[in-house]
Design a protein around this ligand. Structure first.
Ligand SMILES: Cc1cc2nc3c(=O)[nH]c(=O)nc-3n(C[C@H](O)[C@H](O)[C@H](O)COP(=O)(O)O)c2cc1C
Length: 360
């Protein structure tokens, strides 16, 4: 059966697939436009997006804002009827300035996690930009919705539930990841129940977008049938011609084996999932790469205590210096064995999920 469209207020995506924002620079305008052109929502990562600007180290904020606006414009020009979003980590310094710049560029949706985006409604007030917090539990979904209801008389336009199998920083304690007692489907069902009274109060649906380990058309059908309105996928879209990362970064994905996927504790203090490489082996041995310049990009990172600069490590890898960089990836990265186009992946996913999907 045909998959339902994803409706977030006035935004209607033909296909219920959202590209998960990937920093630094992995989901830029090229990948976002490609996903939007296939009917999904293309999401640009907004964290340290100015890494290619000549004044990135000397004029950090301005370089980031300039690049952010440029990337949004490019993505929109290259996907004229598509929906483009941006992902901002709440843990970013100058979060508000970034959000305001994206809104000025007419971004369709802001998706925001790595902390609770408490003030986000205020920052998009009286604009058409939709807002979606990223959470990993029903408790957090309830907390942010209750807060927005009370403080701003509004509720999220959508909620992204990110599970334990995702790539990048994870919203779980290391112990919970090791114990693996988290169940994505049960959490989804719990969230749907938690949000219901708010949906009734505001007389509108809050679509739940589920991510973290979604890889096949069967996964998509399974979560839509369980009540999700869409899926969020990242890892699957990295090994594509359109992905904004270097070919070396993509090759790490193609070559990764199951045993290469690791949980690390990032300098930000949060666990994250990455592909093991020379860089991580050096860190494990206590070798500390020289921090060239701290631009104070993340609130929770302390220059004096950090084992390495996460920003520098991510920039190295996205640019191709993977031996000296951090390669974030979701748990299913080892299933990738070739570079495809976004169009091919969409075709595979839609064909398979439509064969299996039955509306409840
Ligand atoms: C390389 C990479 C970078 C990521 N960077 C971010 C980020 O900057 N902000 C964020 O909220 N999530 C980030 N994520 C998480 C994704 O947005 C997404 O929710 C998650 O990876 C989905 O799971 P999947 O990769 O198994 O599809 C990143 C994931 C990857 C693989």
């Amino acid at each position: 059966m045909k998959l339902p469209k994803l409706k977030i207020g006035s935004l209607i995506a033909e296909t219920p697939i959202v590209l998960g924002g990937m920093g630094i620079g992995v989901s830029g305008s090229k990948l976002a436009a490609a996903v939007a052109n296939q009917g999904g929502i293309g999401v640009i990562s907004g964290v340290n997006i100015g890494y290619n600007e000549p004044d990135f180290t000397t004029n950090h904020l301005q370089a980031n804002i300039r690049a952010l606006k440029k990337e949004i414009r490019k993505a929109k020009q290259n996907s004229l009827r598509g929906i483009i979003g941006v992902n901002f980590m709440v843990a970013m310094n100058k979060y508000k300035e970034h959000v305001k710049a994206a809104v000025e560029e007419g971004i369709d949706i802001i998706i925001s996690g790595a902390g609770l985006p408490i003030e986000l409604p205020e920052l998009v007030k009286n604009t058409k930009t939709k807002i979606a917090p990223i959470i990993s539990s029903a408790k957090a979904a309830n907390l942010i919705t209750k807060l927005w209801d009370k403080k701003y008389n509004t509720i999220p336009d959508a909620i992204v539930l990110e599970g334990i199998e995702a790539g990048g920083h994870l919203g779980f304690k290391k112990k919970s990841i090791e114990d693996n007692n988290f169940n994505l489907k049960e959490t989804l069902i719990e969230i749907i129940k938690t949000i219901k009274p708010f949906e009734e109060k505001y007389n509108r649906k809050v679509p739940i977008i589920v991510g973290g380990g979604i890889f096949t058309g069967a996964d998509i059908a399974e979560y839509l049938e369980a009540g999700a309105s869409a899926v969020q996928m990242s890892t699957r879209f990295v090994a594509t011609e359109e992905c904004d990362a270097s070919k070396e970064f993509k090759e790490m994905y193609v070559n990764a084996k199951k045993e290469d996927v690791e949980i690390i504790i990032s300098p930000v203090g949060m666990p994250g999932r990455a592909v093991n490489n020379e860089f991580l082996n050096k860190i494990k041995k206590g070798i500390k790469p020289k921090i060239e310049k701290c631009s104070n990009c993340l609130k929770s990172c302390n220059y004096n205590e950090a084992p390495y600069c996460i920003s520098q490590a991510l920039i190295n890898s996205v640019k191709g210096n993977v031996k000296n960089g951090l390669v974030f990836a979701g748990s299913n990265v080892y299933k990738i064995d070739k570079i495809q186009t976004v169009k091919q992946i969409f075709k595979e996913l839609i064909t398979e999920s439509e064969k299996l999907y039955k509306e409840k």
